[in-house]
Design a protein around this ligand. Structure first.
Ligand code: AMP
Ligand code: GLY
Length: 421
């Protein structure tokens, strides 16, 4: 098959590497890709927000299947447009991607399908928001309805912080994403990332993972896209997996089907494991980044087989096999992240780290300078993954690799995996 993968992050490097290993993969293009994906296939400089350009490329290159990594093209309806043009695509339609694109939509669906989640109220004006906050008290969580690239959630410790968040979001700094807010109960417990493939009717749980959202050691400082991850997540054992499937994933799949907008693709539930059981914090409609960088190394089955089974409604016949080894990834970010990252600094010795046993270095925000040197281009720059018999072994190995990379312009957390070790 001839494949086109959309995206340019560490997640896409992990997917590209796995896809390139499939016996069914004859050609792999990545748009726009990064220097890491260039080692797995051919990068193409497409502007993926121009759906007509993507379709034209697929026709001229006889692409059999388009796999979409990030959320923005899904929410923008790329799958709908590809399918309308007679092309095959992996990912939810625009209507189904509302599970990630609109927090209010997801909350309503949770009510409808009796999915356990934080108590909440939808608000469209500041007075209603503040009245509800005062009535509920702190801590309380303020969320923008739409996609806000990680900036749309404030976990407020005090009423004043919550009110400031309301003013910030309604003040227009998040654009359209902040036109409506969801104010919700602050859940207490341990977070976990739960991934399932969904084919419209059936759902198949993938291996569990946990990421570290805060920028600083000990889970302190502002939220990021994720500073590291590991798999499996000990808190999501077999019994918890069965419970999450029964109480959260399957009722959602059924509700989406009932509404005439069946979900196909990766359903990623952000969970809080509370003393009353698992509760849904949010849905994403794609693989997590950096969770994908620990799931793909552990996946022993052919990823392309699983993707085709998802598209063709055959997930009830699939049982993916996973390595018994653990995987752990450490994200190396450019100084300044998650604020404004400093770009352009040179990164040396990546090849050395990547050649270490049990180590894979995934590229995210890297670029090649004209002289061939590798430089930082974005906030999260590399995801350094190692596998080991235990999470502790994988951690030791990942940090050996991280320390061997010579990049004064970067930083990383020193404690990825601490909860599990
Ligand atoms: P989200 O973008 O919805 O995943 O929120 C980002 C982060 O905010 C989550 O990973 C949690 O750490 C935190 N968070 C979101 N909603 C809640 C909640 N209701 N209770 C506690 N923490 C939350
Ligand atoms: N690591 C969380 C996410 O991909 O949204």
């Amino acid at each position: 098959m001839r494949l086109l993968l959309i995206g340019s992050g560490g997640r896409e490097h992990a997917l590209a590497l796995k896809l390139s290993q499939s016996v069914q993969c004859n050609a792999l293009f990545i748009a726009p890709g990064n220097p890491g994906t260039a080692q797995c296939g051919t990068n193409v400089a497409l502007d993926v927000s121009r759906h007509d350009d993507v379709i034209a490329f697929c026709k001229s290159e006889q692409i059999d299947l388009v796999i979409i990594g990030p959320e923005a093209p899904l929410v923008a309806g790329l799958v709908d447009d590809l399918e309308a043009a007679g092309l095959k695509a992996f990912g939810p339609t625009k209507a189904a991607a509302q599970l990630e694109g609109s927090k209010a939509f997801t909350k309503e669906l949770c009510d409808d399908a009796h999915v356990p989640t934080a108590a909440y109220k939808r608000v469209t004006d500041a007075q209603a928001a503040k009245d509800y906050i005062r009535q509920q008290g702190a801590p309380i969580v303020v969320k923008a309805d739409g996609l806000a690239a990680g900036k749309g959630v404030v976990v407020a410790e005090t009423i004043e912080q919550a009110e400031a968040a309301v003013d910030m979001m309604f003040g227009g700094s998040l654009g359209e994403a902040g036109a409506e807010l969801v104010i919700e109960e602050c859940l207490i417990g341990e977070e976990a990332s739960f991934f399932a493939l969904v084919d419209g009717t059936h759902a198949l749980a993938l291996a569990s993972a946990q990421d570290h959202k805060r920028v600083g050691d000990g889970d302190t400082g502002p939220n990021t896209g994720g500073m590291g991850a590991y798999s499996p997540a000990p808190i999501v054992d077999d019994a918890m997996t069965a419970r999450v499937m029964r109480e959260i994933i399957l009722p959602t799949v059924e509700a989406m089907k009932r509404r005439g907008t069946p979900f196909r693709g990766v359903l990623f539930a952000g969970l809080m494991i509370t003393k009353d059981g698992p509760k849904l914090i949010e849905y994403n409609t794609r693989f997590g980044d950096p969770e994908c960088e620990v799931l793909m190394p552990r996946l022993e089955s052919d990823l392309l087989d699983l993707i085709l089974a998802t598209i063709e409604g055959r997930l009830d016949h699939e049982t993916p096999s996973w390595s018994r080894e653990a995987a752990l990834t450490v994200v190396m970010a450019a100084k300044g992240y998650p604020g404004t990252p400093e770009t352009g600094s040179e990164i040396r010795n990546v090849e050395n780290a990547a050649s270490m046993n049990h180590v894979t270095v995934y590229h995210a925000g890297t670029a090649r300078r004209d002289d061939g040197a590798l430089v930082a281009k974005g906030g999260r720059v590399l995801a350094v993954t190692a596998q080991g018999a235990t999470i502790a072994d994988a951690q030791t190995c990942a940090y050996d690799a991280v320390r061997s990379i010579d990049w004064p312009g970067g930083f990383y957390r020193k404690d990825i995996g601490w909860r599990a070790i």
